[in-house]
Design a protein around this ligand. Structure first.
Ligand SMILES: Cc1cc2nc3c(=O)[nH]c(=O)nc-3n(C[C@H](O)[C@H](O)[C@H](O)COP(=O)(O)OP(=O)(O)OC[C@H]3O[C@@H](n4cnc5c(N)ncnc54)[C@H](O)[C@@H]3O)c2cc1C
Length: 563
C-alpha cells in the first residue's frame, strides 16, 4: 500500500518551482482522465482544450429543449470510473492492489442494480441498462442480448438452436482471452519489441490473432449469431472482418461488469471528470487551441517544455501530454521537429478507423405508446460482410445501411421535453482517405438523414416518425475532421488492426521527444471510454517511471559532485 501522503516527484528542469507542472492538450475522456491522474501524482496540471466545452467526442448539444450526447453512450467497466473519482491529491495509487480490489468491489454492485461506487455516487448517477442491446434483422427477428448465460441460451435456442454448443465453447474461449488480454495485460504498455514478443505465444495459444469474424465462424454456424458476437467492435471503430479476435474480450467485459448509463447523459460523466480534475488542483482552459509543442535543447538533448497556443501565449511545463489526434500531434504540433519513429510518412501510412454519420433527432411521444425499441438497438440492414467491405475497403457510401439507434429518454426522461423522446442513430461510413469515390457530405448528409428517417418510420420502429419529428441535426466525417481535428475525419483514431495494436500502436511515451506523452484513442491500448481511461493510467505509470529514473540520476550526480 502506498503512503497516504507522499512527497511530490522532483521536477525535471526548473529548480525553485514548488510542484512539477504538466500540460495536457485536449479535454476528451483521455485528457480528463490524464488530468485527474496527474493531479493525484502531485502535478500542477493545466488542460488546454480547443473547443468551448470539455468532452471531445463526448460533447453534448442542446437543441429545442432536447439534450443529445453526441458520442459515447455505452458506458462499461464502472470500476475504472470509480477508481478515477476516488483518487486524491498526492496519492497516485498506481500500483496499489488493495485500492484496486476495494474499488472493484465498490463499483461492481451497480451491475446487479445496486448502488454505484461511493466515489462515483458523489459525482453522478450511474444506472445499469438491460437488455444491453436489442439486435434486429430485416426479417423481423430480434435478439435481446443481456449478458446472462441462461437468457442468452434461450435467445439462441429460438433463433439458431444449432449454435447452442458453439455458444458454450465461444464463452469459454472468449473468457480465456478476456482473462489474459484484459485482466492480466490490459494495462501493459508495449514499449519494446521484447514486451510484444513475450505475449505472442499466449495470443497464438488463445487463437486471438485470427480475425474476430473468422473466430466467431469457428463457433457459430448461423450468420445471425456470427453478427451478434462480432458487431461490438464497430463501437470502437474496428471492422469485425479484420480486427484480431483479442477483441472478443469486449463481449466478456460487458458480460462481467454490465452496460451502464449516466443520468443526464454521458456528458454528465464528462462534467464529473472535469470537476474532479478541478478538485485535485487542476485548471481547464477552454477555447485554447494549441498550435505547437515547445521544445528546448538541453545538454542531454531535446525535450518537450510546454505548448504555444494559437493566441501566442506559451504555457511552460515539465511534462506535456497530448490527447489530440495522433496525426495532429505529430504532423502539426511537432511540425518542424525531426522525428524518426513518428515521421509524417509513418503517420500518413497508417490505417485510420472508419468515420460516422450520426443523426440526432427529437420526436413527440404518444400517450401509452410502447415503442418496439430498447435503450440500445442494433438494426442490421440486408448485408453484413459486403457492407463492411463497402465501408472499410471499397470506401463508398452504400444505399443500404446498418445502424445503432440510441433512445436515452426511455431510461432518462430528462433528456427530452415532457411528452417527447430524444434519440440518435449512428451509421458507420468510410473515412475521407483511400481509394473510394469522393463523398460530398453537404449533399449526401441531408439525403442520408431522409433515408434513415423514412426507414425508421416505414419499418415501424418509430411509426409516423416524420410527422412527429420536432428537431434534428446530423454530423458527418467533415465534423470529425473540422471540429475535432481528426485525420481524414476518423471516428476512433488509428484503426485497431493486428499490425496497429500493442507495440505497433503509437506509444504513450513519445520515442522521438523526451517529456512528451500521448493519451487517448490513438495511443495504447485503443479507442472506447474504458480504453482511454486505461491509456491515462498507463501513461501515468510511464511518467512516474521517468521521474524515478530522473531523480535517481540527480542523486547520483549529486553524490559524484560531493565526492
Ligand atoms: C459517435 C460515437 C459514438 C461512440 N460510442 C461509444 C460508446 O458507446 N462507448 C465507448 O466506450 N466508446 C464510444 N465511442 C468512442 C469514444 O467516444 C472515444 O474512443 C473516446 O471518447 C475518445 O476519447 P479521447 O480522449 O481519446 O479523444 P477525444 O474525445 O477526441 O478528445 C480529444 C480532444 O482533444 C482536443 N484537441 C484536438 N486538437 C487540439 C489542439 N490542437 N489544441 C487543444 N485541443 C485539441 C479536441 O477538441 C478534443 O476535445 C464513440 C465515439 C463516437 C464518435
Amino acid at each position: 500500500m502506498q503512503p497516504a501522503t507522499q512527497t511530490h516527484p522532483p521536477h525535471f528542469t526548473r529548480p525553485g518551482v514548488s510542484r512539477p507542472r504538466a500540460v495536457v492538450i485536449g479535454a476528451g475522456f483521455g485528457g480528463l482522465s490524464m488530468g485527474i491522474r496527474l493531479g493525484s501524482m502531485g502535478y500542477d496540471t493545466t488542460i488546454v482544450e480547443a473547443l468551448d466545452a470539455p468532452g471531445g467526442r463526448a460533447l453534448q448539444r442542446e437543441q429545442d429543449g432536447f439534450r443529445f450526447d453526441m458520442g459515447p453512450t455505452v458506458i462499461t467497466v464502472p470500476h475504472f470510473i470509480e477508481e478515477l473519482l476516488a483518487l486524491r491529491r498526492d496519492e497516485p495509487r498506481l500500483d496499489d492492489p488493495d485500492f484496486d480490489a476495494a474499488v472493484l468491489e465498490d463499483a461492481s454492485q451497480v451491475r446487479a442494480g445496486g448502488p454505484a461506487g461511493p466515489a462515483t455516487a458523489r459525482y453522478c448517477k450511474l444506472v445499469p441498462i438491460l437488455p444491453f442491446y436489442r439486435i434486429a434483422w430485416e426479417d423481423g427477428t430480434v435478439f435481446d442480448y443481456d449478458g446472462d448465460p441462461a437468457s442468452t441460451r434461450a435467445q439462441i435456442a429460438a433463433l439458431a438452436p444449432e449454435d447452442l454448443d458453439g455458444y458454450d465453447r465461444f464463452s469459454t474461449d472468449a473468457e480465456a482471452i478476456f482473462r489474459r488480454g484484459f485482466l492480466e495485460l490490459g494495462h501493459t504498455h508495449f514499449g519494446t519489441v521484447g514486451a510484444m514478443l513475450s505475449v505472442v505465444p499466449d495470443l497464438l495459444r488463445l487463437d486471438a490473432v485470427r480475425t474476430l469474424f473468422g473466430f466467431t465462424k469457428r463457433y457459430f454456424q448461423s450468420d445471425k449469431m456470427r453478427q451478434v458476437f462480432s458487431f461490438e467492435t464497430l463501437l470502437v471503430g474496428g471492422n469485425p472482418l479484420t480486427v484480431p479476435a483479442i477483441y472478443a474480450m469486449i463481449h466478456f467485459v460487458e458480460k462481467t461488469w454490465g452496460i451502464h448509463y449516466v443520468i443526464g447523459g454521458t456528458f454528465a460523466l464528462v462534467q464529473a471528470f472535469a470537476r474532479k480534475h478541478a478538485e485535485l488542483g487542476g485548471t481547464l482552459r477552454l477555447n485554447a487551441p494549441v498550435e505547437r509543442i515547445l521544445v528546448e535543447q538541453t545538454k542531454r538533448g531535446r525535450r518537450a517544455m510546454g505548448v504555444r497556443l494559437r493566441s501566442g501565449e506559451e504555457i511552460l511545463a515539465d511534462v506535456v501530454v497530448s490527447n489530440a489526434d495522433y496525426a495532429t500531434t505529430y504532423r502539426h504540433l511537432l511540425k518542424e521537429q525531426p522525428r524518426f519513429w513518428n515521421s509524417d510518412r509513418r503517420v500518413e501510412g497508417m490505417r485510420w478507423s472508419m468515420s460516422l454519420f450520426v443523426l440526432y433527432f427529437g420526436f413527440r411521444a404518444r400517450p401509452g405508446e410502447q415503442l418496439p425499441l430498447a435503450h440500445h438497438n442494433i438494426l442490421l440492414g440486408p448485408r453484413y460482410e459486403a457492407l463492411l467491405g463497402d465501408i472499410f475497403d471499397r470506401r463508398v457510401l452504400a444505399e443500404d445501411f446498418s445502424q445503432y439507434l440510441h433512445v436515452p429518454s426511455l431510461t432518462d426522461p430528462s433528456m427530452a421535453p415532457p411528452g417527447h423522446h430524444a434519440a440518435y442513430t449512428l451509421i458507420p461510413v468510410p473515412n475521407k482517405g483511400g481509394v473510394g469515390g469522393y463523398i460530398d457530405w453537404s449533399q449526401e448528409g441531408p439525403a442520408l438523414a431522409q433515408r434513415v428517417l423514412q426507414y425508421l418510420d416505414e419499418r415501424g420502429w418509430i411509426p409516423d416518425l416524420r410527422e412527429r419529428l420536432v428537431t434534428q441535426f446530423h454530423i458527418t466525417p467533415d465534423y470529425f475532421e473540422r471540429e475535432l481535428g481528426a485525420y481524414l475525419g476518423n471516428g476512433f483514431g488509428v484503426a485497431p488492426t493486428l499490425t496497429q495494436s500493442a507495440f505497433f500502436r503509437p506509444h504513450n511515451r513519445c520515442p522521438d521527444l523526451p517529456g512528451l506523452y500521448l493519451v487517448g484513442a490513438s495511443a495504447q491500448p485503443g479507442a472506447g471510454t474504458p480504453s482511454v481511461m486505461m491509456s491515462a493510467k498507463m501513461t501515468a505509470r510511464l511518467i512516474q517511471e521517468d521521474f524515478a529514473a530522473h531523480a535517481a540520476g540527480l542523486s547520483q550526480r549529486a553524490e559524484a559532485v560531493a565526492h
